[in-house]
Ligand binder design. Structure first.
Ligand code: ADP
Ligand code: DP6
Ligand code: CO
Length: 356
């Protein structure tokens, strides 16, 4: 008699937005970065990925992923395959130790995932997406692994995903081991450490970006003359300064490093050949608006950062919300091409970091 039991687990995962950017791989196969990075995990109340993983002996065919209602080719995606193989191996180890455990590792997997925000638009969909994929399968397989252990798996799907398995303030240590065993994420402070830090997400464009992150960073590593200096001489010190600023809740320092690092990353993009342009006129208007906020306040009260796309994330402290929101509303009303905002995210203690 065939067993039609369907085993299923669902989860959600948050987006994280780096304040020290990951850009460049030292090993493309293992997805190892050239530099460490640091991010803030955002609220799940507005931006999140929801993923369901199921498996059954009655399923036929290969493992599959339905992303935003469209089939995604995961068979030829080496990075997704690496995640699935690792997770299946972990499950297989459990089945060997416990012969009565159902043999989930041998069953085809069906993954169904929805991002409730634009995919591949520079809002970290690969981060929330692979964090959700790994966690959903880890739940399905009842794996005992810690978030840090799972970050090793998620990293192989998309580098930034390793940071979305934790809340609050998360460092991804580049590591030095050739096998990537020390290239992991660690929470340096919980969300409760800095409860009044907020993030405003400005959706300049929901369109798919012209140059995907993986391809863009490869071009930068191969062609940018600025890149080596950034990775080797600038980021290591910035990581230390940023960790200190976060621990001290020193917003002015946090803001300066965040903006300088975003600008440094986009400078290496422009310095690549062919040049990569992620920012547009609306992005630059958002940068000007932040500068206006800071000029009005007479100190740094707002910080912009941009991932690989034109969309802006503005960090600020809650007590300055009126000023920041007022300036943005005024400035962006005048800008053509402005689409909308995801609103301010405030912290909470749920799994993610900053909460809406
Ligand atoms: P982003 O700036 O949105 O992270 P990337 O170029 O880094 O853009 O990655 C986008 C890719 O990440 C998508 O084309 C898709 O392959 C993958 N991805 C996005 N969301 C998910 C998801 N929910 N589950 C699995 N993979 C996803
Ligand atoms: C600019 O993690 O999307 O957002 O590892 O190739 O999937 P892959 O790249 P990805 O790159 C993110 C780049 C960034 C900076 C960051 O999140 O640190
Ligand atoms: Co990405």
């Amino acid at each position: 008699m065939s067993d039609n039991t369907v085993y299923r687990a669902s989860t959600t995962a948050p987006v994280n937005i780096a304040v020290i950017k990951y850009w460049g791989k030292r090993d493309a196969a293992l997805n190892l970065p050239t530099n460490s990075s640091l991010s803030v995990t955002l609220s799940q109340k507005s931006l999140k990925t929801h993923t369901t993983a199921s498996c059954s002996a009655s399923y036929t065919g290969a493992d599959s992923l339905l992303l935003n209602d469209e089939p995604e080719d995961i068979q030829s995606n080496k990075r997704t395959q690496a995640c699935l193989q690792l997770l299946k191996r972990f499950r297989h180890d459990i089945e060997v130790k416990n012969p009565s455990a159902p043999k989930l590792s041998t069953m085809p997997l069906k993954l169904v995932s929805i991002n409730n925000f634009p995919t591949a638009a520079g809002l970290a969909s690969s981060a929330a997406g692979f964090a959700a994929l790994v966690r959903a399968i880890a739940n399905l397989y009842e794996l005992p692994h810690t978030p840090t252990q799972l970050s090793l798996v998620a990293r192989q799907g998309s580098g930034s995903a390793c940071r979305s398995l934790m809340g609050g303030y998360v460092a991804w240590r580049a590591g030095t081991a050739r096998d990537g065993s020390d290239s992991i994420a660690e929470e340096i402070a919980p969300v409760s450490h800095w409860p009044n830090l907020k993030a405003l997400i400005l959706v300049v464009s929901a369109d798919k970006k012209g140059v995907a992150s993986t391809a863009g960073m490869q071009t930068t590593v191969e062609t940018s003359t600025l890149f080596k200096t950034r990775a080797e001489s600038i980021v290591p010190q910035r990581m230390e300064e940023m960790e200190a600023a976060i621990h001290a809740k020193d917003f002015a320092k946090f803001a300066e490093i965040t903006m300088r690092d975003s600008n440094s990353f986009h400078a290496t993009c422009l310095d690549s050949w062919p040049p990569i342009h992620y920012l547009n006129d609306v992005s630059r208007a958002a940068m000007n608006a932040v500068e206006t906020c800071n000029r009005k306040a007479g100190k740094l009260i707002a910080a912009y950062t941009f991932d690989a796309g034109p969309n802006a994330v503005i960090y600020y402290e809650e007590e300055n919300e009126k000023l920041v929101a007022g300036v943005f509303r005024y400035v962006l009303q005048q800008v053509k091409g402005w689409e909308g905002e995801y609103g301010a995210q405030i912290p909470s203690n749920e799994q993610g970091g900053l909460e809406a």
